[in-house]
Design a protein around this ligand. Structure first.
Ligand code: NAD
Length: 484
């Protein structure tokens, strides 16, 4: 049986307190995870603090860049191991994990290595009252030990999205992967050792949130900043913990994203795009669309066409050719998603397609499967339309005018992303300004240039990461003023 140990100061640490890691495809046990307690979290933070003052602290930018390129190359060299680990933990189809999760995991190290090499700091020359001059310039210094708390939906991708820039900037990290997906963060420890990242720079502690590794880590006074991706409610708890010692936070939180389809759109592209945004990764993408608004002239046709797409998805074993649809992450999450399927029915939704659990072949019946689901006919006040479900489902409603759809799309406490489909450039740019979100895609979805700002408005997050914005969070910008 595989054992997932904590990775502290370059060493593997078992605690004897284990919990099961299950494969959501068939609910089989993949391995046992060693839960970190307060003592192990203390040790990890101590190691990360010490590493700041060890060889790592004296590395030149070029030395860090070379190491991060080495980490990326090592992920690519062990691509199949990372892929197998991610697939076993999440059940996602091979086609998805091999195109998105693992390549982006490697790319995150290279992109931020390039960034730290090339981004200048500001400088201002000023005239002084005595008739002389002074020169101001910025110096970026690492913040220190960064706590990286991660979710389960894109485990390696979202974790390296934070670890890459944190290390590029010279920080050290303690990562707390999701209890559902411990494997790739653990494997990355092997890659760090292999390429010679100094001990204590990258640490991993396993466990849960409250009364476990997550809470111990975020409350730890030796942590200098916290970056977190996960649910908004968890963000509230972490923000309270971060208040002690006024530690900065960067939060990427939940969403209830709108997809908006205008009648003049490229119809087939819009159907394909909304299908991806609603069903990819079994709907477990923070940027995914759970509310779709379609302009009335094409409404009926669009609903029918999206239903055809939903019905064409093929659930199955990740490695089977033809599998295009995985399970949800866990039985617990399936119960949550199915409770919304039930709620929709109870509130009188028209179930256009799906709404239940698919019949799965022998061996897969115990997996966390649900059907891709489309509803119509619910009022905008329904919890199904207001709350994040995080499943492969969406509600479709008709709209008539631009002003009406903007008001509906913005009527939510969340503000993460939107996807808009139109051929009218004026409409496109107006929507980009009017929608209260962190990321607005026009005729696209989940198209990411890693140099751009990523994050959420309203309750979908605090701060932005990506490109130079990551540098803002992972460094202190010091101003040096020299009187000449
Ligand atoms: P979650 O909030 O339940 O858990 C995320 C992590 O926080 C886990 O590692 C968990 O153990 C830890 N945690 C839980 N309680 C904690 C506490 N009190 N203190 C410290 N750590 C704690 O989220 P999840 O279910 O793993 O992920 C799904 C959620 O993540 C969805 O809401 C989704 O929208 C969001 N998400 C957002 C983005 C984004 O970029 N905005 C990306 C992916 C996922």
């Amino acid at each position: 049986m595989t054992e997932f140990k904590n990775f502290i100061d370059g060493e593997w640490l078992a605690t004897g307190r284990t919990f099961e890691d299950r494969n959501p495809v068939d609910n089989s046990v993949i391995g046992l995870v060693h839960e970190a307690g307060q003592a192990e979290v203390d040790a990890a933070v101590r190691a990360a603090q010490a590493a700041l003052h060890g060889p790592w602290g004296g590395f030149t930018v070029q030395q860090r860049v070379d190491l991060l390129y080495g980490v990326a190359d090592e992920i690519n060299r062990r691509f199949d191991d990372f892929l197998a680990a991610e697939i076993a933990d999440t059940g996602k189809p091979h086609s998805l994990a091999s195109h998105v999760d693992i390549p982006r995991g490697a790319a995150n190290f290279k992109v931020f290595a390039d960034m730290i090499k090339n981004v200048p700091t500001e400088s201002f020359s000023m005239e002084t009252p005595d008739g002389g001059h002074a020169l101001n310039y910025g110096v970026r210094t690492p913040r220190g030990v960064i706590a990286v708390v991660c979710p389960w939906n894109l485990p390696l991708l979202l974790m390296t999205w934070k670890v890459g820039p944190a290390l590029a900037c010279g920080n050290t990290v303690v990562v707390k992967p999701s209890e559902e997906t411990p494997a790739t963060a653990t494997l990355l420890g092997e890659a760090m050792n292999k390429v010679g990242v100094p001990k204590g720079v990258y640490n991993v502690v396993h466990g849960f949130g409250p009364d476990s590794a997550g809470a111990f880590l975020t409350a730890h006074p030796g942590v200098n900043a916290i970056t977190f991706t996960g649910e908004t409610r968890t963000g509230e708890a972490i923000m309270k913990a971060a208040a002690n010692g006024v530690r900065p936070v960067s939060f990427e939180l939940g969403g209830k994203n709108a997809g908006i389809v205008f009648a003049d759109c490229d119809f087939d592209a819009a159907v394909a795009g909304i299908a991806r945004s609603a069903f990819e990764n079994t709907g477990q993408v923070c940027l995914g669309t759970e509310r779709v608004y379609v302009q009335r002239p094409i409404y009926e046709r669009f609903v029918d066409a999206l239903a055809v797409r939903a019905r064409s998805l093929r659930p199955g074993r990740p490695l089977d050719e033809g599998t295009t649809f995985g399970p949800l992450i866990s039985q617990e999450h399936r119960s949550k998603v199915l409770s919304y399927y039930e709620k929709a029915r109870a509130e009188g939704a028209v179930v256009v397609t799906g709404g239940g659990v698919p019949d799965m072949p022998a061996g897969l019946e115990a997996g966390a499967w649900v059907e891709p689901t489309i509803w119509t006919g619910l009022p905008e006040t329904s919890p199904v339309i207001r709350e994040e479900i995080f499943g492969p489902c969406c509600h479709i409603a008709p709209f008539d005018t631009e002003a009406e759809v903007v008001a509906k799309a913005n009527d939510t406490p969340y503000g993460l992303a939107a996807t808009v489909w139109t051929r009218d450039a004026g409409v496109a740019h107006r929507m980009g300004r009017a929608l209260d979100v962190g990321i607005c895609w026009i005729n696209a979805w989940f198209l990411r240039d890693l140099r751009t700002a990523f994050g959420g408005a309203k309750q979908s997050g605090i701060g932005r990461e990506g490109g130079v914005h990551s540098l803002e969070f992972y460094t202190e910008l010091r101003n040096v003023c020299v009187k000449l």
